[in-house]
Write a protein that binds this ligand. Structure first.
Ligand SMILES: Cc1cc2nc3c(=O)[nH]c(=O)nc-3n(C[C@H](O)[C@H](O)[C@H](O)COP(=O)(O)OP(=O)(O)OC[C@H]3O[C@@H](n4cnc5c(N)ncnc54)[C@H](O)[C@@H]3O)c2cc1C
Length: 379
């Protein structure tokens, strides 16, 4: 197997970038944003539409962090299973969170255009134990009026049951975020690429939003122990000439995830648990052990030796309670954060960008702001 070839070529980033206006602002702005992934671009667009002067600082280029390196699953809800979320945050909060992200997915559609399809997704049980767990999840969703269907014998009987989530989508994440950035620039946002921020206190702005998720660890010391950088690895096959998976699939609590792309390739990510401690890192490189596991499993999924065209790693931010941190950073005047989606940020990141923007614009009425308040980790 050719896993010694450790080329890093995220498939999504090969897409051509759309043209973008290049507005600039002289001097102090209302809001500076660090990071031009889905969070930063979503916040920037919302703030500019709200009439504020916004400048985005991005160390690389738009969408070159996790937003252009992920699995392309556009799932509603949080990073935890629904039943676990209900148990942990309470029924009202969990149901509210799931419905809130469904609304965000609906708002993403017109912005994304052909970067988002909504075929639904399948959460699979890899064994009997997981079947019991997701059966429980399905029951609680049903009780709380959240759309989900139980499937007893999915993928030709190779898994032990599944939940079909009809609201979910498949995203070309880099295309989506570049379109968001173009929309934000059109609305007047200045986007400075290749502009790493080394000190948030020297940014010339009334408010600063840290939208770096798993990247930029240490930029704000107060967040260093609250959002842990975590690596995920992905492979993509050459196109296969038949449709095997017509929607995003994931199993083993989301540790393994795969989908077939419109051009027939299969994208597969996961197997972080092969060396879980080594993956608590912000070193953005693939490793032979995980790449080999991915290739082996891809072979099982397609029934033949896979031919790999792309492989890469990306970093996401993990939190202790699997909920993001969105809001003011206690003790730091004018400093805000939106991040820590625990590997579930395509929809949540978009929604949390809007959420932090609304708070800065003076609307703090969303119950999500209380649920995600960073103050929960501060004494
Ligand atoms: C391999 C992998 C698979 C994933 N799969 C999925 C999935 O299928 N579905 C899903 O919902 N989520 C998935 N995620 C998680 C999702 O990609 C992220 O949660 C989401 O993209 C976070 O977006 P963001 O804008 O907050 O951060 P990012 O997209 O990571 O953007 C942060 C940006 O900040 C910039 N930055 C950092 N430090 C500085 C600095 N000091 N100065 C200036 N700029 C800086 C970085 O360059 C980066 O571009 C996955 C993540 C990975 C890594």
């Amino acid at each position: 197997m050719p896993f010694s070839v450790r080329r890093m070529n995220p498939y999504w980033l090969e897409d051509a970038s759309p043209p973008r206006a290049m507005p600039t602002h002289a001097g102090r702005v209302d809001v500076a944003i660090v990071g031009a992934g889905v969070t930063g671009c979503s916040a920037a667009l919302r703030l500019a539409e709200g009439g504020l002067r916004v400048r985005v600082h991005e160390a690389r280029a738009v969408a070159e962090g996790a937003s252009g390196r992920n699995g392309g699953f556009a799932l509603r809800g949080g990073a935890s299973r629904y039943d676990v979320a209900r148990e942990t945050y309470g029924r009202e909060a969990a149901a509210g969170l799931w419905h809130w992200t469904e609304g965000a997915l609906d708002r993403m559609e017109p912005l994304a255009g052909d970067a988002l399809r909504r075929p639904g997704s399948l959460r699979l049980a890899a064994d009997e134990e997981e079947r019991e767990q997701i059966r429980g999840e399905h029951e609680t969703m049903h009780e709380d009026g959240i759309a989900a269907e139980w499937i007893d014998d999915p993928v030709d009987g190779r898994f032990h049951g599944a939940i079909f989530h009809p609201e979910d989508g498949a995203l070309q994440p880099a295309r989506f975020v570049r379109r968001l950035a173009a929309g934000a620039a059109e609305a007047g946002v200045e986007i400075r690429e290749h502009d790493p921020v080394t000190d948030v206190d020297i940014l010339d702005a009334e408010h600063v939003i840290v939208a770096t998720d798993g990247y930029g660890h240490g930029l704000v010391p107060e967040l260093a122990d609250l959002i842990w950088p975590t690596r995920g690895q992905v492979i993509v096959s050459e196109p296969i000439g038949r449709v095997l998976y017509d929607k995003p699939h994931y199993a083993r609590q989301g540790f393994d995830y795969w989908q077939q792309l419109p051009d027939g390739r299969i994208l597969l990510g996961g197997f972080r648990d092969v060396s879980i401690m080594d993956e608590l890192t912000d070193v953005e490189e693939t490793t032979p052990a995980i790449q080999a596991s991915l290739e082996r499993f891809l072979g099982e999924l397609i029934g033949e030796e896979p031919r790999i065209s792309h492989r890469w790693a990306g970093i996401f931010g993990l939190t202790q309670d699997m909920l993001p941190l969105v809001g003011r950073i206690p003790g730091r005047d004018g400093l805000w954060v939106a991040g820590g989606y625990s590997g579930h940020g395509n929809v949540l990141g978009f929604a949390c960008g809007e959420l932090v923007a609304d708070a800065i614009l003076g609307d703090a009425s969303s119950p999500q702001l209380a649920l995600f308040d960073p103050a929960r980790f501060f004494d």
